[in-house]
Design a protein around this ligand. Structure first.
Ligand code: F6R
Length: 242
């Protein structure tokens, strides 16, 4: 596990964008695994700026997203499809038909999750997976539990995740209670993983992820076992690392 310590959020975003830009430049038809949330927004902004400068071409890129709320349509402004369109896809030349987010409108969880796994397989797996880190150590919506889930599956969101996400909804009651998420195996099979972590409120969990035991109680700790993980953390998030 490599840890790149950066000054602040903008510096973290620029350095994470460097890694993604290198991936797209070296393999223009690569498959990017993408995340939502506040951590990668700056990275996406940076990638858009590089596209606008003529330095990056997304025309051959395919993307697969980690997760989606069950029950939300892509036109809902809190859906992860909407987030991706708004924060990245609408601003670069990626072909929309090559961007895949789990289908939150599919009520049959097995069908929705099986379809997402089939897409990942069909596109040949993920070249670079971008991740954020939840306060409880979750990646995607793989919450702390007693095992590491494998493929895409339906999860009941924990109270702490509902609490963290309620800022995006009118109230905690409006936050969907379930989501479809890639599993730990989907993530671990990515050839390269980049994790963006920002803020003092992530310092304790980042220390557990990097220096603690590998345990499903801290889902991201399994990344210690992946051969190519780069954690790009700002100074506040990295403050407690040895
Ligand atoms: C988002 C996702 C989540 C977030 C995590 C951190 O697609 O899968 O695991 O990456 O909750 O969220 P932020 O970046 O908002 O702190």
């Amino acid at each position: 596990m490599k840890v790149v310590k950066t000054k602040d959020y903008d510096d973290m975003s620029r350095k994470a964008a460097n890694l993604i830009a290198a991936q797209v430049t070296m393999k223009p038809d690569c498959v990017l695994g993408l995340a939502t949330g506040s951590s990668p927004i700056g990275t996406y902004k940076d990638l858009i700026a590089r596209y606008n400068n003529g330095d990056l071409d997304f025309s051959k890129v395919t993307s697969v997203n980690l997760d989606e709320y069950k029950g939300l349509d892509g036109s809902h402004d809190q859906s992860y499809r909407y987030f991706m369109n708004h924060n990245l896809f609408d601003h670069v030349n990626i072909r929309k038909e090559c961007t895949f987010v789990p289908d939150g409108t599919e009520p049959d969880a097995d069908k929705a999750c099986g379809a997402h796994d089939a897409i990942i397989e069909k596109v040949g797996g993920i070249d670079l997976q971008l991740l954020g880190l939840g306060h409880n150590g979750h990646i995607g919506f793989n919450e702390p539990t007693d095992h590491f889930p494998t493929g895409t599956h339906c999860v009941d969101l924990t109270e702490s995740t509902i609490e963290a996400n309620k800022r995006f909804f009118a109230s905690a009651d409006d936050v969907p209670k379930q989501a479809y998420t890639m599993g730990i195996q989907n993530i671990m099979l990515a050839r390269k993983i980049v994790v963006v972590v920002s803020g003092a409120d992530k310092a304790d969990i980042l220390k557990k992820v990097v220096e603690g035991p590998v345990t499903p109680q801290v889902p991201a700790s399994i990344l210690q076992l992946h051969p190519d993980v780069t954690i790009v953390a700002d100074a506040a998030a990295a403050a407690k690392l040895d």
